[in-house]
Design a protein around this ligand. Structure first.
Ligand SMILES: NC(=O)CC[C@H](N)C(=O)O
Length: 321
């Protein structure tokens, strides 16, 4: 069905979705990373970036929070850009695990396979694949430059978060060495894990993440800067990864109710992609049992449902200025 929506309708739906969700109770800040436990639980922001470069910001959209697992998306894109989408499928995989993001069991069940770049195991492998191999500083620069180009502005390392995660990431150390045992880490193990931990500790705003999402929705061309950040064939691949496993063991429920491919992080962020239409991001620290922000999910879902957005309904959306 052809459907035309106006920018005014988008603004109104976003404001209503934000207002409906702001007083939701439930969930709790992540506390297995001490820094995250102390973030103000009431922070809440919602941002939408349209493919003509318009950004709609509501609430705490300038607050820099830990990107956490949402960083898995840009680094998967970088690995695909550097090595090609077929190589990433071969060297990491694209399967949903149906298990928590940090599951060791998932690695064993997949029979030595890290499954997908969007769970911890696959993301550590993706960091190991980034070139130039063996050069931690140059790899880090490639990771940050890529995020900067996707967002149109730079993320900022939160030193305290990086230290907090590095001091407590025992489970991820086990994952990294288990993968090494299966020949699935393609560079130095502690270096690959450190790059993963550091990228999770980057601070970003919802406004920046919505631009990143819009760049993905726009086949790799940043709608704000006009920069061609990655090749167009990567958009359907990375969006399929996001749709398959973006909310871990709650991904099916999420996709069924929202219709929108989205990726969460335990910092409280969610990034959603509607290919050809828009990027969306929300942030609120309290998480559900799978580590997904309660309010960010509610706001994005409500926004999408109000406007009939979603990748499964057959709607052909045109946005009118
Ligand atoms: N789901 C997440 O956001 C997890 C990221 C976190 N850095 C971890 O490795 O546990």
């Amino acid at each position: 069905m052809n459907k035309t929506i106006t920018v005014a309708q988008i603004r109104q739906a976003a404001q209503e979705a934000f207002d409906e969700s702001r007083n939701l109770k439930g969930g709790a800040n992540a506390d297995y990373i001490p820094y995250l436990a102390n973030i103000d639980s009431n922070l809440f922001g919602l941002s939408i970036t349209l493919l003509d470069g318009q950004v709609i910001n509501i609430g705490d959209t300038d607050y820099k929070f830990g990107i956490e697992s949402i960083s898995k998306v840009p680094t998967a894109i970088l690995a695909m850009q550097q090595h090609g989408t077929a190589t990433v499928l071969k060297m990491i995989g694209a399967d949903a695990t149906g298990l928590p993001f940090n599951s060791i069991f998932a690695i064993l069940l997949e029979n030595d396979h890290p499954s997908t770049p969007l769970v911890n195991a696959g993301a550590i492998t993706a960091c190991s694949m980034i070139t130039p191999k063996g050069d931690s500083d140059a790899k880090w620069k490639a990771i940050v430059d890529n995020i900067t180009k996707l967002c149109g502005s730079a993320p900022q390392l939160i030193d305290e978060l990086y230290k907090s995660e590095s001091d407590t990431n025992f489970n991820n150390r086990a994952i990294a060495w288990l993968l090494k045992n299966y020949n699935r880490i393609y560079d130095d193990v502690p270096m690959s894990l450190d790059l993963y931990t550091r990228q999770c500790s980057l601070g970003v705003t919802t406004s920046q993440l919505s631009v990143m999402a819009a760049t993905i929705a726009n086949n790799g061309c940043n709608p704000l800067t006009g920069d061609k950040v990655f090749d167009p064939d990567i958009t359907p691949k990375v969006t399929s990864l996001i749709a398959t496993v973006g909310f871990y063991e709650h991904t099916g429920d999420w996709l069924y109710t929202s219709g929108l491919p989205a990726k969460s992080g335990v910092g409280g962020g969610v990034l959603g992609v509607l290919p050809g239409i828009m990027g969306i991001a929300a942030f609120a620290p309290p998480l559900d049992s799978a580590g997904n922000s309660v309010k960010a999910q509610a706001a994005i879902k409500s926004f999408a449902n109000k406007l009939g957005l979603g990748i499964f309904n057959g709607n052909n959306i045109t946005i009118q200025k």
